[in-house]
Design a protein around this ligand. Structure first.
Ligand code: PLP
Length: 368
């Protein structure tokens, strides 16, 4: 989708907030632990390239993405730090990864056994161990042994890392976390610890568990200033939300008693109400279940009324306001702040999904 620059709806990303969150984490982990900034899914909706450049300036020594295209986009923008693709990439694209010096994850033994046919230069590899996420990675010690043999002996393979992913690090109940930890320790007994990087930490693990064996943090959601646990656990340093979602009033009118608003005519005006229209809708990622959510205008909270349309929505305001009046959906407006977390709770999801859902139609504007 092409960004709509000639419309007032936009995502504003505060790069200082990204740098602030990353620097605090870097300070927390100290010089012996590297941080790879996770910028998959277009930087959780914030814009991968800008976030990546900011994170590198703030102390990240590498980047993580979820697939090869995301890695290539970063390389094409001139970024030269290590980039780790966190999941499976088909063997047929191995030469492309070699060419652009992109680090791949080995997610299963067959892939490792097939590598030889595709290697034409040095490929950096991190081996993924599945300790309880049930997604990708090796689980069987015999397979790990076989994997290690190939990865260490092949002349074109730089076996650089071993990692796992924790599925419950964002919870006060650490039972399952400890079980995963034990499984990873068992895997390390088989694999040894000679690789450059051993890593177990996403944001939640980094925030609420000790580093244990890990010398690299894959820092994602917390870099964007969002709490991976929602509200269950408190981070040890404040997180600054980087994303603001803003638009403007494009139409306003006083409506009379019993007049209806939106598809299905589900909202009925009582007596007389001022209704403003905003040029943003579910095609921008503001899903229909945000109906009723309160947005910010001149330091007041006003609800979305009627069903959200694809490109527009209506809000009920207290009095007439000029066309062009700023409306903040997430972020700061005259002393009031709408957190992404509050939006996530309103539509019964996690903060990650709210920012990732914001589509390309919304231009991204960067401030410092
Ligand atoms: C997305 C992802 C991360 C980052 O997780 P956050 O919760 O955003 O910090 C880390 N590791 C893997 C394997 C991931 O897929």
């Amino acid at each position: 989708m092409i960004p709509s620059y000639h419309r007032p709806s936009k995502v504003i990303v505060d790069l200082d907030a990204i740098a602030f969150n990353l620097k605090n984490e870097k300070e927390k982990v100290g010089p012996s632990t590297d941080i790879f900034a996770v910028v998959k899914a277009n930087g959780y909706g914030h814009g991968a390239i800008e976030v990546a450049k900011t994170a590198i300036c703030a102390g990240a020594s590498g980047l993580c993405v979820s697939n090869l295209d995301e890695a290539l986009e970063l390389r094409e923008s001139g970024i030269q730090v290590p980039i780790l693709v966190l999941s499976y990439v088909s063997l047929k694209y191995v030469p492309l990864a070699v060419e652009h010096q992109i680090t791949l994850t080995a997610t299963n033994l067959e892939w490792i056994q097939g590598l030889d046919d595709y290697l034409n230069g040095v490929l950096k590899i991190h081996l993924k161990i599945d300790t309880g996420m049930g997604r990708v990675g090796l689980t069987n010690p015999k397979e790990m042994m076989e994997a290690k043999k190939i990865l260490t002996e092949h002349k074109w393979i730089d076996f650089e890392g071993i990692f796992t992913h924790m599925s419950k690090a964002d919870s006060s109940d650490s039972h399952y976390f400890n079980q995963q930890k034990e499984r990873f320790n068992d895997a390390l007994l088989v694999l040894g610890k000679e690789v450059k990087y051993i890593h177990t930490s996403n944001s939640a693990t980094a925030l609420w568990h000790d580093a244990w064996e890990s010398n690299l943090v894959r820092f994602g959601i917390a870099m964007y200033g969002l709490n991976p646990s929602g509200t269950e656990l408190k981070p040890s340093f404040p997180l600054k939300q980087a994303l603001t979602l803003e638009t403007e009033i494009i139409h306003i009118k006083q409506m009379n008693d019993q007049e209806k608003i939106g598809y299905g005519a589900t909202y009925e005006v009582k007596e007389s109400e001022w209704i403003a229209t905003l040029p943003i809708g579910y095609a921008d990622g503001l899903r229909r279940s945000f109906q009723g959510f309160e947005v910010l205008v001149e330091g007041e909270r006003y609800p979305i009324v009627g069903r959200i349309c694809m490109d527009q929505l209506m809000i009920k305001v207290k009095h007439e306001l000029p066309i062009g009046t700023k409306v903040t959906i997430f972020g700061l407006n005259d002393g009031l702040f709408n957190t992404i977390q509050s939006g996530a709770e309103y539509v019964d999801t996690i903060n990650y999904e709210i920012t990732c859902a914001l589509t390309d139609r919304l231009p991204r504007e960067y401030i410092k």
